[in-house]
Design a protein around this ligand. Sequence first.
Ligand SMILES: [Zn+2]
Length: 201
Amino acid sequence: MAYPASVTRLIEALKQLPGVGTRTAERLTFHLLRAPETELRELSDAILALAESVHACSRCHNLAECDPCPICADTSRETTRILVVEQPRDVAAFEDAGWRGLYHVLLGHVNPLEGIEARDLTIADLVARVTEGGVREVVLATDPDYEGDATALHVRRALSALDVSVTRIARGVASGSAIEYSNAAMLADSLSGRSKMDGPS
Ligand SMILES: [Zn+2]
């Protein structure tokens, strides 16, 4: 049976979300059909507010409602250290783990199969930040999987000509797992056990 056009439109829109297939999209849509209009307005306002007020920080590329983000703007943090992560959600994980330095969000990882190359990430902006001076250590906290390791190597290479110590977090994070699913204690261990990353030979 064909649904009314507006129902089909919402189902198709919901299916664009990660992890949402046709059945889930239909279930959510029929739930919303029965919801009071105030609830629907609150939901659509919340979604629109994302587009209007959340932006990437121009320094670290973390998501924030102001620019620079509260972390970059916080002068009480250790500004000589930058922790490099793949996604904004990793920032939240390392905040819980007690990291007090700054961050740099790459917005992804190198993945040749998906056509994502090093130049698609924010590596050039990281190099610019380090070139400005004042940074003593860059800690690479990309995911401990194949793509994360490859990405860390790219960043290491990009920083090789600069006077900065480059370290990689320890393997306290289970190999092949993702930062976002690691607990705070595990991430704190991986930070304290970080080691110097060899330069390109
Ligand atoms: Zn920032």
